[in-house]
Ligand binder design. Structure first.
Ligand SMILES: N[C@@H](CCC(=O)N[C@@H](CS)C(=O)NCC(=O)O)C(=O)O
Length: 212
């Protein structure tokens, strides 16, 4: 398998965790986002959306991190990253959705670039935007964990799931922007527990070959 990735890309990080957890070897192909390599024709030929990650498995290209995670789960089910109970699966997917559909799109590179340019925001204005949506999203996550009461060591009891694959990279992004994460103790306990696992540790930005 090949994974088109960028070390700081949290959507790529989600997939790196799942590949590691399932013991699936892959060749990372770095796409330098700050240099704009994702918008170049060469990469658009791989992924017309011009976003990372893209997974290539036996000549099949799969885009969108959540679709890739679900593909990996269906194609390589052991060890599982989704529980068997339908309600537990819905809970896990709901947490994935909060991260991937509600937090991340508001804070990714092209969104930040657009608000900077279109509304003349300076660095502190962009950072305030970023931190606002992190706080709003993590409040939802913390509230959801608290009201559902299904978490244990990880988001779902003591079983590692796709929810953890999504949560951990988002925490990395939040830390990079110096967001205050103290108000989210349950999420942060889960983060700390995940980072003790080799699959998560090896997937983190600093451990990637393209890390600066
Ligand atoms: N929904 C997509 C989001 C992919 C995405 O936005 N990736 C970011 C890196 S984390 C990217 O390629 N950004 C380039 C840009 O915003 O210009 C997914 O989950 O794969």
């Amino acid at each position: 398998m090949q994974l088109y990735t960028y070390f700081r890309s949290s959507a790529s990080f989600r997939v790196r965790i799942a590949l590691n957890y399932k013991g699936l070897g892959y060749e990372p192909v770095s796409i330098d986002l700050p240099k704009g390599e994702h918008r170049a024709d060469a990469y658009r030929a791989v992924n017309p959306q011009g976003l990372v990650p893209t997974l290539v498995d036996r000549d099949h290209r799969i885009v969108q991190s959540l679709a890739i995670l679900e593909y990996l789960e269906e194609r390589y089910p052991e060890p599982p990253l989704l529980p068997s109970d339908p309600l537990d699966r819905a809970y896990v997917r709901a947490l994935c959705g909060v991260v991937a559909c509600e937090i991340h799109p508001l804070n990714n590179l092209r969104t930040l670039k657009h608000i900077r340019k279109a509304y003349g925001l300076d660095e502190s204005g962009v950072n305030a935007w970023y931190r606002h949506w992190i706080a709003a999203g993590f409040e939802v996550i913390e509230g959801f964990l608290g009201s559902e009461r299904r978490h244990g060591r990880y988001c779902l009891g003591d079983q590692v799931t796709l929810a953890d694959c999504c949560l951990v990279p988002q925490v990395f992004n939040a830390k990079r922007y110096d967001c205050d994460l103290v108000p989210y103790p349950a999420a942060m306990r889960i983060f700390d527990a995940c980072m003790l696992l080799p699959a998560f540790d090896a997937a983190q930005p600093a451990r990637q070959p393209d890390a600066a």
